[in-house]
Design a protein around this ligand. Sequence first.
Ligand code: RTP
Ligand code: MG
Length: 139
Amino acid sequence: MATNRTFTMLKPDAVEKGHIGAILEKISASGFRIVAMKLTQMTKADAEEFYAIHNERPFFGELVEYMTRGPIVAAVLEKENAVEDFRTLIGATNPADAAEGTIRKMFADSISENAVHGSDSDDNAAIESAFHFAGRDMF
Ligand code: RTP
Ligand code: MG
């Protein structure tokens, strides 16, 4: 299996609740190497572009409001089979459906405030990483 990269955000609810350290510990313990990381806050335009694929969905306005209301931790992670394994680690979109031990099961409250983002394909991982980081800031 090839080593590759995925992109994650610890979302505003996770940061507000003081879960940055615990979530990063779980990510590291699961074999992911952090190759880029920062605390940042998305503007409305940033969130509308990042989640543009959902712009026709009924929850889009709520999603943009949520993702812009406070700082996030943006990071690029490296591991064998990174995209798929990270989606497994975070669990289902709705924490009520997420498997025991997943990040969303442990740290998320609802389908709309679900603590963490994970890229859903290698192509989107590259696009999302480039959205947040310059090449020289990925190690
Ligand atoms: P993400 O992109 O953030 O990793 O989440 P995901 O793939 O598991 O889920 P996706 O379908 O891409 O949805 C993006 C984010 O929109 C919010 N959402 N709210 N209220 C709702 O029904 C609803 N559905 C989705 C969540 O924050 C979800 O992670
Ligand atoms: Mg998604």
